[in-house]
Design a binder for this molecule. Structure first.
Ligand SMILES: C[S@@+](CC[C@H](N)C(=O)[O-])C[C@H]1O[C@@H](n2cnc3c(N)ncnc32)[C@H](O)[C@@H]1O
Length: 280
């Protein structure tokens, strides 16, 4: 069952958090000249029209990227917002880059991109976006299964983004399994897992499973634009980053209050930044 389409949600507050963190991890990888790999297990269509009929129904980007794309750029948002701005003219926000396009713009000629997407309508859009890009391998396969095949990468450095739709109850357990299997194959890779804050039981499940899995250092980054409740859909979102770049905690400590200020939808908006598994 593949009913989820990211075109209804592109550029919302959760995408802003996810893509800002993704850009900071890529920035840290680029400090060394040596090539790295970017693996995206659930890539989506790659680029989104914010004036599409899907977006007309939800308008989610209005409470997300629209609120800050023209704001004074926070230092930690520079790479991410430069990519958004490069897709648009100065006055109109029309297009939004998904995680694969952000990576396409931020990776260097020597880096490699491995993208998986299953949806029959989104896969060709993604493929089209990468025509002629010799750094990328794009697969219409199950991203969890393909992750196993892709690890360990020859480069021995890089990041994995795991960003499933969480439409199916077992996807939380799938994420935990994919992560544990992935770390067995590639203990030093940076794994970034996105999760929604919608049902507190699901978040607690993920926290409990990851905290007890004996993982390497794991940073939890969460942005709650509304106070948590179990009734009104997604009130926030988070990222679990395993083997984060050493500066990420400090960068997020500076960025999260700014994001709360820009994206908060109530006086109770807040953030969480903590080690789920401590640095050694
Ligand atoms: C949240 S969206 C991805 C958004 C994208 N990572 C971004 O940030 O722009 C999740 C995507 O996963 C795809 N998908 C669902 N199950 C999948 C699977 N088992 N393997 C690969 N892709 C899958 C969906 O079609 C959807 O496009």
């Amino acid at each position: 069952m593949l009913s989820y389409r990211h075109s209804f949600h592109a550029g919302n507050h959760a995408d802003v958090l996810k893509h800002a963190v993704q850009a900071l991890i890529l920035q840290a990888l680029k400090v060394k000249d040596k090539a790295f790999v970017y693996i995206d297990t659930h890539a989506g269509a790659g680029c989104y029209d914010l004036h599409s009929k899907e977006m007309d129904k939800t308008g989610e980007y209005l409470e997300g990227i629209k609120r800050l794309w023209q704001a004074d750029v926070h230092a930690e948002m520079q790479d991410y917002l430069a990519t958004v701005k490069a897709l648009n003219n100065d006055t109109e926000l029309r297009h939004y880059p998904g995680s694969p396009l952000l990576a396409k713009q931020l990776c260097r000629p020597q880096d490699r991109l491995v993208l998986s997407e299953l949806h029959p309508a989104d896969f060709p859009l993604l493929q089209q976006l990468f025509v002629g890009d010799r750094r990328s391998q794009i697969h219409r396969v199950d991203g969890f299964a393909h992750l196993k095949a892709a690890l360990p990468p020859v480069e021995r450095r890089g990041m994995v983004l795991i960003d499933p739709p969480y439409e199916l109850a077992h996807e939380y357990a799938d994420v935990v399994k994919a992560l544990i299997d992935g770390l067995k194959r590639w203990a030093t890779g940076t794994f970034a897992i996105w999760y929604p804050v919608a049902h507190s039981d699901d978040v607690r499940f993920l926290e409990r499973k990851l905290a007890s899995a004996g993982l390497p250092e794991t940073l939890q980054i969460e942005l709650n634009v509304l106070p948590a409740n179990n009734r009104y859909g997604m009130t926030g979102s988070g990222m679990m980053v395993i083997n984060p770049p050493w500066k990420l905690e400090q960068q997020m400590a500076e960025l999260l209050p700014w994001l709360v200020d820009k994206l908060g939808q109530s006086a109770e908006a807040d953030f969480k930044l903590r080690w789920l598994s401590e640095p050694h």
